[in-house]
Design a protein around this ligand. Sequence first.
Ligand SMILES: Cc1ncc(COP(=O)(O)O)c(C=O)c1O
Length: 392
Amino acid sequence: MIPLSVPRIEGNEWKYVKECLDTAWVSSAGSYVDAFEKAIAGVTGAGYAVACVNGTAALHVALRLAGVGPGDAVIVPTVTFIAPVNAVRYLGAEPVFMDCDAYYNLDAEKTAAFLDAETEMRDGFTVDRRTDRRITAMVPVHVFGNAADLRELAGLCRERNIKIVEDATESLGTRYLPGTLGGRHTGTVGEIGCLSFNGNKLITTGGGGMLLTDDAAYAERARYLTTQAKDDPVRYVHGAVGYNYRMTNVAAAIGLAQLDRLDTFCRIKRAHFEAYRDGLREVEGLSLAGPPDYASCNHWMYPLQIDAPRYGLDREGLMEALAGRGIETRPVWMLNHLQAPYIDSRSYRIERAHAMWGNTLNIPCSTGLRDDELEAVLDALRTAGRAAGGAG
Ligand SMILES: Cc1ncc(COP(=O)(O)O)c(C=O)c1O
């Protein structure tokens, strides 16, 4: 079996974890958590980094810090893993779903058009005229490692008092190129950004997340809320409803070791992306979606776009054909505005997302993918369409 994405553990992970075990610092206090936070702040350029138990928890706390509360509305993309949308609901708020652009990200032009046509300022807040809900935040997701286009949206949101919480869970290593956002790492443009270190991400802690911000007050509040909001930790006095969301020292030890390899992992991801792209040049009806030209890309996933009539197989057919040859793939997540919990939620002019969902398949992208495995995937892609009667 060639898996879609598996972690690569071959650096100092064993050594650092052994130290946690030898010293019995295994829980959510310990020097590795602090060291990992500092290291992530260093890599991303964020003023502060606060380690969390996972990316979803980081998003939940980030939205709470951004002031999202019951009855509010939050702009989210329909194309994303469901976690940021669920985080909106955890706070009793409602998502407003937006279409995607050519890079699977929140469509910046349509979002601006929505703000222009469907909202107005009332008492210093942007209000959706149709629902009378305050739009307190927006969650752009940097999907598959492609930076969402925040070049205009960041200013627009500032003018309209909409806080930006970036879901950068898939984009560690992706930066805006010099220009409007001047070399900034994804997750550091909005008020708060969130990372994930789940097993399939660029680097892993087993399970983990991180909240990024330049605002000292947000960072302090995030530390407080993620550790049960203790006003007096000895006498168990709590000043707010907090969460048990702090990363463990063992997880942070793994993360710190993984982080040493981030540049290497990004380099390998890029090389595999280029090898796939070159290998598919002559295949009718298949192409690898590239990143936007205003940012670098960590190439977390390799979204393969299928022109079914030309290739001879649609996404489902290709997924099955590859599975038959031991190759694991995944389609884009089902569109969130069509998911059962959100079927009645507000959405705005969702058009392109349907086609992007229908024609895309993510192909194996582990950094440990061997040359012969990559060739086997390419060979399967070259032949599956033709075997089914396509020109491929
Ligand atoms: C876009 C996106 N947001 C949020 C998450 C949630 O992160 P975690 O699994 O660490 O909770 C993930 C992936 O897992 C993701 O891909």
